[in-house]
Write a protein that binds this ligand. Structure first.
Ligand code: ZN
Ligand code: ZN
Length: 625
């Protein structure tokens, strides 16, 4: 919402940086008014990455105008205008808005400012109404602002788009101009460099250039097609995670992509959360019967929802299937914990506007697992989950991450599970997080009604934060599905369930890895680990033999058979981010060596084929960075 409408409490919480950015928005408005005096400003709050202002005027701003506006902003900053606050009565405010001086020029009244009249109406009776003036610009504003416009000098305009007044389409289209500002020139430059760097690393572009994945309109938005090279990255990652899960005593399972509606009625996923799921699929004979009766679509959907007709759903999560595997046999406390793991593909309905690349999709594969254990085992199991995350992230060189611990609200009674078990689980999660030795924050009241949880937030090489997956304790589903085990006391008990998908989904995680490594995957993850480059036709045969030897040793190797010059072949291999290039000329063939080049290191010199194979297979086996 607009900065103007924030409560006093929220305003006082505006950080120094937000105050600066909001002041820059006023300076930007002043500059625009000097160039286009007909502009009428609506509102201009600070945002996470800077600020914007929404306004209406005849001229449509394009990026070509940015330089001109920035130059005017510089002048205004040099003028060091004072930001002056004035309290207005409702009548004064209305009169100023009527004459177009609020959200416009103070001296040259224009048309009535319809936005300001509307905003004034929205201010509750009894709340103070104030305006801020800097130079010739005056706006309805609660502040706060910096003292003088001299501080607003490290500014950059970023982009322009269209918007609606308070998001309401019926109120007509406005222009929204975004900018960013920092306390110092250095911080601004750092931010702009980071944006540049992020653009260079964009996984959507790299995914296309490196042939990793494809999204096809004919298949559907948000549905990732993993191309052979992307699939190799995913397979290497999956193999690595699977090996670690094997070590930790997980059992791998496979389950289908659909399940009966009744299953999701028991779990509580249906008919709740319908807006985030694909619509249910009816049984074939139901459809046939209904088409005979000329029933409507609405009747069908209602019948599916209330259970009159049988139907299926694309699974929005894997838990119910895993629960049914657990429940398919008798369990004694001696079998616990049961750890069922699956790279399980789930389908969720995301608004099409939210889709893009691998980070927001409609079908994705979770690195999912469900642990069924006794209340006493929760601590050790959560600890195990965290160790796995630490190992995987450490191997990928991501050692900068933090953890959020969501706990229950001590004053609320909405939670399922006994308070003793909650105490125990929360203490277990806290202890596990502490042994990780990373930064963490406790967030009381943020837990789901069915259990406390841990979330991971990873920082990539350029300092951006990515929210990954969770470890979630659950007292609810074991109850709903009436899960049991026989305890040492020979009585039946309810197990506790832990859901964990620490990397979220393979799609999102791979998107993150592409950006983190800028497509330069470490050798063990690289889809193509080595490329053999014969210098000419004459050494092609020997190059084929070297390629075969490497393939035999399990290395992902290709050969460049083109007749291009060697320089061009090296350039292409670098562009494809292949870690190692083996150049083969007559000299190397005669000596039984290869000339080794790394994509971003110096020429590594000649090595015997056997030595290179030993080196590279060791590097892959150790998953070196
Ligand atoms: Zn303001
Ligand atoms: Zn689950």
């Amino acid at each position: 919402m607009s900065a103007e409408r924030k409560t006093l409490d929220e305003r006082q919480q505006m950080t120094e940086l937000e105050r600066l950015r909001h002041s820059c928005a006023h300076v930007m408005a002043t500059a625009i008014l000097r160039i286009w005096p007909d502009a009428q400003f609506a509102y201009g709050p600070p945002i996470e990455t800077g600020f914007y202002y929404d306004f209406e005027m005849a001229h449509r701003i394009t990026p070509d105008d940015f330089e001109k506006i920035e130059a005017e902003m510089k002048k205004i900053s040099k003028e060091n205008q004072k930001f002056e606050r004035r309290v207005l009565t409702r009548e004064e405010a209305k009169a100023m808005a009527e004459s177009g001086r609020l959200g416009g020029l103070s001296e040259r009244p224009g048309n009535p400012s319809r936005f300001k009249l509307d905003l004034i109406d929205k201010i509750p009776e009894g709340e103070e109404i104030s305006c801020f003036q800097n130079g010739e610009f005056i706006d309805l504003c609660a502040g706060p602002h910096v003292g003088y416009s001299g501080k607003c000098k490290n500014v950059k305009l970023m982009s322009v788009s269209s918007s609606f007044y308070l998001g309401d389409e019926s109120k007509g289209q406005l222009q929204r101009l975004y900018g960013t500002a920092f306390e110092s020139k250095e911080l601004l430059e750092e931010h702009l460099n980071r944006l540049e760097e992020a653009k260079k690393r964009d996984h959507r572009r790299l995914g296309r250039e490196l042939q990793l994945f494809h999204i096809d309109e004919a298949v559907g938005q948000g549905l990732i097609l993993w191309k052979p090279k992307g699939a190799l990255v995913r397979r290497s990652l999956q193999d690595f995670i699977t090996k670690e899960l094997d070590k930790q005593g997980y059992s791998q399972v496979f389950t289908p992509h659909i399940g009966k509606l009744d299953l999701y009625r028991t779990s509580g996923h249906f008919p709740y959360y319908q807006e985030s799921q694909y619509p249910p699929i009816a049984e074939r004979d139901v459809l046939e019967k209904l088409s005979d009766e000329n029933a409507t679509c609405g009747q069908l959907l209602n019948g599916l929802s209330d259970g009159t007709y049988e139907g299926y759903m694309l699974k929005p999560m894997n838990c119910p299937h895993h629960i049914k595997i657990y429940a398919s046999q008798h369990h004694s406390y001696r079998d616990l914990p049961v750890r069922l793991a699956e790279f399980g593909t789930v389908y969720r309905w995301e608004q099409s506007g939210e889709l893009g690349g691998m980070t927001r999709v409609r079908g994705f594969t979770q690195d999912d697992a469900h642990l069924f254990c006794t209340p006493d085992q929760v601590a050790a199991e959560v600890q195990g989950c965290l160790e796995l995350v630490k190992k995987v992230l450490g191997t990928l060189g991501m050692n900068d991450y933090r953890v959020r611990l969501s706990l229950r609200d001590p004053d609320s009674t909405k939670y399922v599970g006994s308070p003793e078990n909650w105490d125990k689980a929360e203490a277990a999660l806290r202890a596990a997080v502490q042994t990780l030795g990373v930064e963490y924050s406790e967030e009381p009241g943020e837990a789901a009604f069915y259990g406390p949880k841990i979330d991971f937030v990873v920082k990539d090489v350029i300092g951006r934060e990515w929210q990954l997956g969770t470890v979630q304790v659950d007292y609810n589903l074991p109850e709903r599905f009436k899960l049991e085990y026989v305890g040492a006391d020979n009585q039946t008990h309810r197990p506790v369930m832990i859901h964990r998908a620490p990397f979220g989904s393979l799609e999102r995680f791979t998107g993150l890895l592409i950006e983190h490594f800028e497509g330069k995957f470490p050798t063990w993850l690289a889809p193509e680990q080595v490329r053999v480059l014969p210098i000419s036709e004459k050494t092609l045969e020997a190059a084929e033999a070297v390629t075969a030897k490497l393939a035999d040793a399990g290395v992902r190797v290709t050969i460049d058979r083109d007749s291009d010059k060697i320089g061009a072949k090296i350039r292409l291999a670098r562009l494809d981010r292949v870690p190692y290039m083996l150049v083969l000329g007559q000299k190397e063939v005669d000596e039984g060596t290869v000339s080794v080049r790394h994509r971003d290191r110096e020429d590594l010199g000649a090595r015997s084929v056997e030595q290179f194979i030993a080196d590279v297979t060791e590097e892959i086996a150790e998953r070196r960075l």
